[in-house]
Design a protein around this ligand. Sequence first.
Ligand SMILES: [Cu+2]
Length: 118
Amino acid sequence: MKTLKSVIILLFFVFGSAALTAQDAESKYEKVEIQTSAVCGMCKDRLEKNMAFEKGVKSVSLDEETKIITIEFRKGKNDKEKLKKAITKIGYDADDLLADQKAHDKLPACCQKGNEPH
Ligand SMILES: [Cu+2]
């Protein structure tokens, strides 16, 4: 019984410190959500691929239902305004910022604003 107890305590410590380490790594990153004007899966791919190359970006994912892009990036390496600007340069609206018109017009017709989701 005593061994079992010490095993449980040991496990508790191992997992406890692992959780702490994960939390520590997490705090080096910041997560932002930005509303985009993406239309379809192609837009999702385009935005995710392009945004992955922005400075400090660790992960990007666009929700196809809401068109909200969630970007995780290294703190201090980037900020929400810069990321929004980058999205407009790909051709999409980002929150209150309007898409760069030239970039938008270069998108395939099905990906341009005003199209029904398909
Ligand atoms: Cu599209």
